[in-house]
Ligand binder design. Structure first.
Ligand SMILES: *Cc1c(COP(=O)(O)O)cnc(C)c1O
Length: 396
């Protein structure tokens, strides 16, 4: 092996498109329209085409995308929004920031996404607490779309908006639908390490609702009306800058190719690891129902395995890993006072203890991939298991 294995390889990607990026940046410097320049609107058109959606509205980051959606739906104090507990903090943060109450829902062990049964319990909880349950915010964790057929049905029956936090799943499909066409609105992130990332912060909102799109467009520029100094509502500065839009236009051109390559990397991981009894790989049978964008490839280690030792052993073999996420949100200091669907969100807690994300990017080379799989196979054959059995004996 020549190159070190990267967890996310933005360097190789940047080499691939550097001349076009340089030219795109040059164009912006030449016209000088740094805020709401022509590239912002060009990118929005490209995103609409790519996602097959009526409106794509760019914004400053993925968190703002979710905030703009909630604000446009008038969600505030007294309202509850049901969110999964096993996710990045931004999902619940935006709800709390608007003075509404996030209610934490458990996730499924198979997809790491919102558990519909737990969701029903969360709706019941909102009723008991006299909160006005207004919306469900699903997350497509690691790029895998949530269980939308069932969740959409629950939302309809309970008169709830469905909002999709697709920060990690740009480009993914759910059955025949592209992410961006599910629920009332979808938010995504262009943070550098997301499947489609810029060279700074960026985000977008997708919706097919004309009225909502208009409100969001106004909110992201201080609630402005037709005229720049005409203020219809309280908004904020949530714009994407022109340079990032210009970069995203170039990155979107290679995205379809990268999407396919990520799926190939994921498939090879699963084929190489699925027979190991102490590792659970993302379910391959889900690949066709819901096409993940593979933001991460995340395995679940058996309960008797010491995750730290696995991480260290991989590190010794020059294999970087990350734990997304070591603590479920309902257990975090900032969020533990908010209600949850059940006394224990057992799956969220289990996953926080046992997940491990492996290197995932479209430029992972075959020999690097083989090295990762064979190292894991070595770790999980006799030696490591003996170690964990001994460790357990010591505890007893
Ligand atoms: C990254 C992420 C966000 C926030 O996106 P930013 O662009 O970093 O603000 C929100 N939700 C989830 C699930 C994320 O992974």
């Amino acid at each position: 092996m020549q190159d070190a294995i990267q967890f996310t390889d933005l360097e190789t990607q940047s080499k691939r498109i550097r001349p076009n990026i340089d030219k795109a940046i040059q164009r912006v410097l030449d016209h000088g329209m740094y805020i709401m320049g022509p590239e912002v609107f060009e990118l929005e058109k490209e995103l609409q085409n790519y996602c097959d959606v009526k409106y794509a509205i760019t914004c400053a980051n993925g968190t703002d995308a979710l905030l703009l959606i909630l604000k446009a739906l008038n969600i505030g104090p007294g309202d509850a929004v049901l969110v999964p507990s096993f996710t990045f903090a931004a999902t619940a943060e935006v709800v709390a920031l608007l003075g509404a109450t996030p209610i934490f829902i458990d996730v499924l062990l198979e997809t790491y996404n919102m558990d519909p049964t737990s969701l029903e319990m969360g709706i019941e909880k909102a009723r008991k607490l006299n909160l006005n349950a207004k919306a469900v915010m699903t997350v497509d964790l690691f790029g895998q779309p949530a269980e939308y057929d069932i969740i959409e049905n629950i939302c309809k029956r309970n008169n709830l908006y469905l909002i999709s936090d697709a920060a990690q799943s740009f480009g993914a499909h759910y059955k025949k639908r592209k992410v961006g066409n599910i629920g009332i609105a979808t938010g995504t992130s262009f943070y550098p390490a997301k499947p489609l990332g810029c060279y700074g912060d960026g985000g977008a909102i997708f919706t097919n609702d004309e009225n909502l799109a208009e409100i969001i467009q106004s909110l992201r520029v201080h609630g402005q009306g037709k005229h720049k100094y005409d203020n219809l509502r309280i908004g904020f500065n949530g714009r994407l800058d022109t340079l990032q839009a210009a970069i995203l236009i170039e990155k979107l051109k290679i995205f379809p190719d990268e999407f396919v390559k990520r799926a190939e990397v994921a498939k090879k991981y699963s084929e190489g690891l699925q027979d190991l009894t102490n590792i659970k790989v993302p379910a391959i049978e889900n690949f066709e129902i819901a096409k993940s964008s593979w933001a991460q490839y995340t395995i679940v280690l058996g309960n008797n395995i010491d995750r730290e030792s696995v991480i260290n052993e991989l590190k010794k073999n020059a294999i970087p890993t990350v734990v997304y996420y070591p603590k479920a949100l309902h257990s975090q200091q900032a969020y533990n006072m908010y209600p949850k669907a059940d006394t224990h969100l057992a799956n969220s807690e289990y996953l926080a203890r046992n997940v491990l994300s492996l290197p995932m990017h479209p430029y992972l080379e075959e020999d690097q991939h083989n090295h990762i799989v064979s190292t894991l196979r070595k770790i999980f054959s006799s030696k490591m298991l003996q170690f964990s059995t001994n460790a357990q004996c010591n505890v007893q």
